[in-house]
Ligand binder design. Structure first.
Ligand SMILES: *Cc1c(COP(=O)(O)O)cnc(C)c1O
Length: 403
């Protein structure tokens, strides 16, 4: 691995390095490696939120609904273009990821009447598993839980092995929240379609870090959150993607008035919009939408493909330093080594991970612990430097080496 000075020179020569100036950064020598959990605040978002609160909420008040009402789809279209590989009219920003998973699962089940099974991963992000369990219990369905390799993640072959004509839908993460493994979206989606089921992808841990190509990969439905790599802030609204060809035939389970055709006709019965807007429920979070839009603007200006190149370099550096310093101290790299298979974060595994995370925090490195033995580290391309990766791993090495 290169010296700290050489890495500092690389940082200085990288035109993307100045992007970090657009964020509210950690103070002192703190190193923030949790951009995959809660991204840092773009400076412009503070101004945007303050401006929207003062002008729109403060002065326009109820009149602002004339333009607020378009925000979920307008921001959805920008999200689709900048990060999701989705043509306009298919993405909506509203509710949270958990609620959106509930909506999409129920919509998929209703679109495949008579089919009694869902395929998902036993190693999936908890909220996804719980919502699948709850929906399955409510409809008396079978869940076929895959048990993928902890680092590789679920494969198309594993999906194909469990898939048959009784499967209504398959829900998987594109980037795994612990291992960071990137799933083969095209091959798995093809395996799902081969049995006539619908493919639902959770791209929460990918969006903003790994380019997503929902249209190109024939994905049916997708969800994701905006407070990780999109830096939209705590509780910012999540999104749904519904492939255009499916929209008119899918019915979501929460029949709210924002999904109603001619909402202010206030008609006697639910008659949903013919397009993606039928996936709206109630009043959207307007300030949250402003924050999503601003977070997107910052990433969009830099370009997701360029950010991905930098992200890959940062995680590869992290893995190389771990090999040199930490593997000899008993760590295991819990993420794929192949750059093309690894998302924006890295898991380092060791039995005492639960104790290491708070002690590393005392040394100014912010990471988190994930059961059973992972320290997760995310060098977000937008605001983490190579030198920070070097220093964070050096502090972890010194902590462990000192016993
Ligand atoms: C972060 C994340 C979520 C978050 O769900 P919320 O409803 O926003 O709390 C869900 N699924 C995955 C895979 C995630 O990474």
């Amino acid at each position: 691995v290169e010296s700290r000075d050489a890495l500092a020179a690389r940082d200085a020569a990288d035109p993307l390095s100045s992007l970090r100036d657009e964020f509210v950064l950690a103070t002192g020598d703190e190193i923030y490696l949790m951009g995959n959990s809660l991204g840092r605040m773009p400076r412009a978002s503070l101004d945007r939120l303050t401006g929207a609160a003062k002008e729109e909420w403060g002065h326009e008040v109820v009149d602002a609904w004339a333009h607020w009402v378009d925000l979920p789809t307008a921001v959805g279209d920008r999200l689709g273009e900048i990060t999701l590989g989705a043509a306009p009219g298919q993405v909506l920003v509203a509710d949270n990821t958990s609620v959106n998973i509930y909506k999409l699962l129920n919509a998929a089940l209703a679109a495949r009447p008579g089919r009694r099974a869902i395929i998902a991963s036993a190693d999936e992000f908890p909220t996804d598993r719980y919502i699948i369990e709850g929906v399955a219990a409510a409809h008396d369905l079978e869940v076929r839980w895959l048990t993928p390799h902890a680092i590789v993640g679920p494969t198309a072959a594993e999906v194909a092995e469990r898939a048959d004509a009784d499967v209504a839908c398959v829900l998987l993460s594109y980037v795994h929240f612990r291992s960071s493994a990137i799933a083969d979206m095209q091959a798995i989606t093809d395996a799902v379609h081969a049995v006539g089921a619908l493919a639902i992808w959770d791209v929460s841990h990918a969006v903003g870090a790994v380019p997503v190509a929902l249209d190109a990969h024939d994905v049916d439905l997708a969800v994701g959150c905006t407070y990780k790599y999109l830096n939209a802030g705590p509780g910012a609204p999540a999104f749904v993607y519904v492939r255009r060809a499916l929209q008119a035939d899918l019915t979501q389970p929460i029949w709210g008035w924002f999904g109603q055709r001619a909402q202010f006709g206030m008609g006697p019965r639910y008659d949903p919009e013919p397009d993606v807007r039928r996936f709206l429920t109630g009043t959207p979070s307007i300030l949250g939408l402003h924050a999503v839009d601003e977070g997107l603007r910052v990433l969009g200006a830099a370009g997701i493909d360029r950010l991905r190149v930098r992200s890959t370099e940062l995680t590869a550096l992290l893995v190389a330093l771990a090999d040199e310093w930490l593997v000899p101290l008993g760590f295991l790299v819990g993420s794929p080594r192949d750059d093309s298979q690894r998302g924006g974060h890295v898991s380092l595994r060791r039995d005492d991970a639960p104790a290491l995370v708070p002690r590393l925090r005392e040394r100014g490195v912010v990471t988190d612990f994930r059961e059973p033995d992972s320290v997760r580290m995310c060098p977000a391309a937008a605001y983490t430097s190579r030198v920070e990766v070097y220093d964070a791993l050096a502090r972890l090495r010194d902590l462990v080496a000192s016993g």
